[in-house]
Design a protein around this ligand. Sequence first.
Ligand code: NAP
Length: 454
Amino acid sequence: MSYQTTNPATGETVQSFASWTPAELEAALAQVHGATPGWAATPLAERCALLRRLASQLRAEQESLARLITLEMGKRIEEARAEVEKCALGCDYYAEQAPAFLADEPIETDAGKSLVAYQPLGTVLAVMPWNFPLWQVFRFIAPTLAAGNTGLLKHASNVPQCALAIERLVREAGAPEGVFRSLMIDARDVAGVIADPRVQAVTLTGSEPAGRSVAATAGQHLKKSVLELGGSDAFVVLEDADLQWAVAQAVASRFLNTGQSCIAAKRFIVVEAIADTFVTHFVEAVAALRPGDPSDENTTLAPMARADLRDELHAQVRASIDAGAVAVTGGAPLDGPGAFYAATVLDQVKPGMPAYEQELFGPVAAVIRVADEAEALAVANESRFGLGGSVWTQDSARGERFARQMQCGSAFVNGLVRSDPRLPFGGVKASGYGRELSHHGLREFVNAKTLWVK
Ligand code: NAP
């Protein structure tokens, strides 16, 4: 499949790019391999200076980059601008923190001197999705380049211009040729790149099937891998929650990026005593979202990124309704061109329904009513996913006790699950393994080398 820019708001294909030939891929791999020792030997201060320049460039080009994101995957322009700023913050963060994260760690033993030294692994391949087409990549680039590794990107085939823009930004910020390359290759060619002896590790953010395939190849070739996969985050509303705040955050979490976020709240697990009130206010707010052109500042619901993904979502909604779920608002694609889907709330969601068991990657909220806190925890943890989760209660000690028992990588009390460069990000169970961001993310792709000197 070739790479294509198709405007999700209109369905119009704006530009196509042919996938690379084997010779083009080989030339890029050779170039990156050639640049790897030099980059590892570049003083850390210079590597951090590159990140600072990248941050200023991102800010200088914020508007045009945001428009590109909106054109290729349909995000609302305001969210796209925020995404570009977040990339700049991520670069600033690692420029600032990498010296501490990579400093030798002395450990007292019977040696004259013993320590852990953090050294680069070599070349890391990133396979990335379209939903945050810049942020997903920058949260890889910043720690990877700071650590002294070189990077390869296989971006999603519907955001080719974002992939090329990122490569250009890194080059224009002053990275030596070959320190970072965007590979315009098909998904089926990823296995060959992982297997290549010039590549030391791989990180993938994407779906479960892609994760299984990448992990299998990495395992076969004994390469380090990190997987950030799907999620079906629980949003647990206890009877003592501040409902006004919880409803506002529920809408923000579920409908940001038109619901196409791995850490969006997807299962609203609500204690029966307040369920009717919660659902009434939630539906009111959801029904007020205004679909429209994502480049128009007044739009509050953007299209989904692709028509095929919209159709998959609708099949999940249909099957859930057929099994007894109630669409209190929405429940169908919107007429007209573009990949629009109505903002939807499904109530009475029960085990066995797709809305209960699977990830709904779009603007559809599933409400699951439970008797009490104990049942809420059991339902939250019943999921095969374990990315994030949140609990809403005015008793923060109760919230913390609950959050500690949630089986997920990030549990928030009275706040929506979000990524923050200072905090580790990743999942358990079918949501993947390994961590991004913070020092945990940077250290996934370094050799934590023991040095022992007598
Ligand atoms: P996807 O289809 O898995 O695609 C992600 C990337 O993997 C794309 O670059 C894709 O290339 C590539 N790919 C697909 N199949 C592959 C294979 N068998 N081997 C190697 N590479 C392969 O996922 P998506 O639909 O774009 O993204 C949505 C999913 O990502 C959701 O499940 C979401 O929850 C998850 N996600 C997780 C996180 C997280 O941090 N945990 C963040 C964002 C999204 P092509 O485009 O060429 O197919």
